[in-house]
Design a protein around this ligand. Structure first.
Ligand SMILES: O=C(O)CCC(=O)C(=O)O
Ligand SMILES: [Fe+2]
Length: 285
């Protein structure tokens, strides 16, 4: 059991702050991942334990025609996925890495790449998560990326642009769904940034964390097996909804439709039904 305890050092935290990403040892027990994999199979078979507060979403989003599918908010629809998300280990690591006292769920997403076929181009475009979270006050938000299988470079594992969370000008990179990685890269290079692209092959049970301002994406799955990953997006306790600036195209997050309202009518990103508290240092005391 020792290997499943969080073993995070000050050097690890300093690494995350400097690089914008960090990869854990094997920390998730097989049984936990088996339960998650079973829940994902149930989702794919159309089973749900409860509906979303609003019927907003299709079963699959993304680009199935090129072997890339996403599914949002599995935790709000399947009890055992919420149990997984509530397991304290990953939120504790998120709190330590981001240096925040409280971690709430913001969103979760299943990312599924089909096995390679003749026409498969299952890339995930270089993007920042922050680009999708412009309605959030916090810039400390982060993501835990949990592969359901050993995930090699050939499988199209997560790829990050080392230390790009420190760059300016990437907050509008909402290009997850753009398949042409070179085109996005040359656009960013034009603003005088040179990416140092790092592929993060992971064993099942390892987890990678990335900062909301880090540029990341992934190459296609070129193996004969599906590449399945579950991303948990965390917000810190301070995060609030902020109205878009007049200059921006009214950004909206799905949470704006799912969360209850604050007394002033704005979406409440602390709605315990949609964005439950997953870790708090005060609760630990
Ligand atoms: O799984 C991928 O390739 C992309 C994941 C991602 O964008 C994320 O976890 O924020
Ligand atoms: Fe992302």
């Amino acid at each position: 059991m020792q290997r499943h305890r969080p073993n995070i050092t000050e050097e690890d935290v300093a690494f995350y702050r400097a690089h914008g990403w960090w990869v854990s040892d094997v920390i998730l027990p097989d049984e936990l991942l088996d339960d998650l994999a079973y829940a994902i199979d149930r989702y794919a078979a159309g089973e749900r334990d409860r509906p979303l507060p609003q019927p907003l979403l299709p079963q699959w989003a993304g680009a199935p025609e090129r072997g890339l599918r996403q599914a949002d908010y599995l935790s709000l629809q399947l009890d055992s996925v919420m149990d997984f998300v509530r397991t304290p280990l990953l939120p504790l690591l998120a709190s330590t890495l981001s240096g925040t006292d409280e971690i709430r769920l913001f969103h979760d997403q299943l990312i599924w790449k089909d096995p390679d076929g003749q026409t498969t181009r299952s890339t995930v475009g270089w993007h920042t998560d922050r680009a999708y979270w412009k309605t959030c006050t916090s810039e400390k938000m982060l993501t835990a990326w949990v592969p359901l299988q050993d995930t090699s470079e050939e499988m199209g594992t997560l790829a990050v642009w080392d230390a790009s969370h420190l760059w300016s000008g990437t907050d509008d990179l909402h290009t997850f769904n753009e398949p042409e990685l070179d085109i996005i890269e040359s656009r960013v290079r034009a603003s005088n940034h040179t990416p140092n692209i790092m592929l993060l092959p992971l064993r099942r049970g390892q987890v990678s964390f990335h900062h909301c301002r880090l540029v990341h994406g992934s190459y296609p799955n070129r193996t004969g097996r599906p590449r399945i990953a579950f991303a948990i997006h965390y917000q810190d306790g301070e995060n609030r909804h902020i109205a878009p600036r007049a200059s921006e195209k009214s950004p909206v997050h799905l949470n704006d439709m799912l969360c209850r309202s604050c007394p002033d009518g704005t979406p409440d990103y602390a709605d315990p039904e949609v964005c439950p508290v997953l870790f708090s240092t005060s609760r630990q005391a």
